[in-house]
Design a protein around this ligand. Structure first.
Ligand SMILES: Nc1ncnc2c1ncn2[C@@H]1O[C@H](COP(=O)(O)OP(=O)(O)O)[C@@H](O)[C@H]1O
Ligand SMILES: [Mg+2]
Length: 383
């Protein structure tokens, strides 16, 4: 654990130097800031692996500091610890709500507690992200491209072709998720309710026990936000930990991101083993897909970790596979034909397309694509 960098922000020089010294003893590289403003600059400029903040700062509130970090894609998942002389529960709560991962009070036990917490946060955020199950995200440039339906159907087919694997689907489309309505889930547990629980209660074990099994769909579901109001209540800062924990209990985690590309979902896309891109055959949507591809490239997503599916969701008209490949300058991995109203019909009855229409060619395409997608994700992980 030597090359990790920790930023310590505290307006009280004696306290800051003491903690800095202890962290150096533990083998960390330490940088220090004496105000929130300086802390923000150092965080974004020097890219520490973890930040320890006394929330009682001379210039800004620690809570505001945390909110600023959580609103920025670069630091949305950065481990953040409040080290405070205020033991008041209201303060603990407001810091957690603002996005702090942990709240530790300054006492004789502060240093050992800090040490444990740091080890755990580093363990959870990095090693588990690398080690856990394979993360496959589903994206599109525009709604109505079939992202959610295909995500659910691919997950079902993946479970069929790899019966020994544990498959979970997480719905991260905001403000309203739609996997629940496709698979017919009516339960209360959603990404919003789960993110509201304290971090220590939502470890890997929690998700192994509680994620409901979707029966004929053969996967476990972390349902999406049921409505915009719930979406507004979402504790954004918890998403990273939640997905990391789900990943450590399942072999494959498929996330429907849809077109909700945001600061919340970008780090997950960047850490995904495979990005499944749904491409519409609608000519007017093509430039949007081009923009999305360019964006992903700029964010460090390699073209060989993109699995692209051309989906003729809008009808028989539109681009051919060759047109799309030429115009976007990519290889299309799978193409799904227009399925008329059958797809919507299967969805509305909460049934996988493959079960409802086993003899349709699309059922074979789904199965082959699921197999290929899983193999590619494993290969990219180096398995
Ligand atoms: N290949 C297809 N053929 C016919 N209808 C499709 C096809 N793909 C998707 N659809 C329909 O398009 C609609 C939008 O699909 P959905 O999965 O909700 O898209 P998104 O998640 O990208 O918004 C649904 O009614 C679905 O049944
Ligand atoms: Mg959708």
């Amino acid at each position: 654990m030597t090359n990790k960098k920790i930023l310590i922000i505290d307006s009280d020089a004696a306290s800051r130097n003491f903690i800095a010294h202890k962290m150096q003893e533990l083998g960390f590289e330490v940088i220090q800031a004496d105000s929130g403003k300086e802390g923000l600059i150092f965080t974004w400029r020097d890219r520490p692996d973890l930040v320890i903040v006394d929330p009682v700062l001379a210039d800004i509130k620690g809570e505001d500091f945390a909110v600023k970090l959580r609103q920025d894609a670069r630091t949305v998942q950065l481990p953040l610890i409040a080290l405070s002389s205020d033991p008041n529960l209201a303060r603990v709560r407001s810091c957690q709500e603002a996005g702090f991962d942990e709240y530790i009070t300054k006492s004789g036990q502060a240093v050992p507690t800090l040490n444990d917490t740091i080890n755990r946060l580093f363990g959870v955020t990095e090693e588990a992200m690398k080690k856990g199950g394979l993360l496959i995200v589903f994206l599109s440039a525009k709604g109505g491209t079939g992202t959610s339906s295909i995500c659910a159907n691919m997950a079902m087919n993946l479970s069929e072709v790899r019966p020994e694997a544990r498959v979970a689907v997480a719905d991260l489309v905001f403000p309203i998720g739609s996997i629940s309505s496709i698979v017919g889930y009516k339960g209360e547990e959603t990404i919003v309710s789960v993110a509201d629980l304290p971090a220590q209660d939502t470890g890997p074990d929690f998700f192994r026990r509680t994620l409901p099994n979707m029966d004929i769909w053969r996967f476990n579901l972390l349902a999406g936000s049921p409505d915009p109001e719930s979406s507004n209540q979402l504790k954004v800062g918890r998403i990273w930990d939640v997905i990391t924990a789900v990943k450590s209990s399942y072999d494959y985690v498929l996330i429907d991101i849809g077109r909700s590309l945001s600061k919340i979902t970008l780090p997950l896309i960047q850490h995904a083993d495979l990005v499944v891109l749904l491409i519409s055959t609608d000519i007017s949507t093509l430039p949007l897909t081009g923009t999305l591809l360019e964006y992903l490239k700029n964010k460090g997503v390699h073209s060989n970790s993109i699995y692209s599916i051309l989906n003729r969701s809008a009808g028989l008209e539109g681009l051919s596979k060759t047109d799309a490949e030429k115009l976007l300058n990519i290889k299309i991995n799978a193409s799904i034909p227009y399925l008329g109203t059958n797809f919507a019909f299967a969805n509305s009855q909460h049934q996988p397309f493959t079960l409802k229409f086993p003899n349709d060619t699309a059922s074979i395409i789904f199965r082959d694509a699921a197999r290929e997608m899983a193999a590619l994700a494993r290969k990219l992980r180096g398995e």
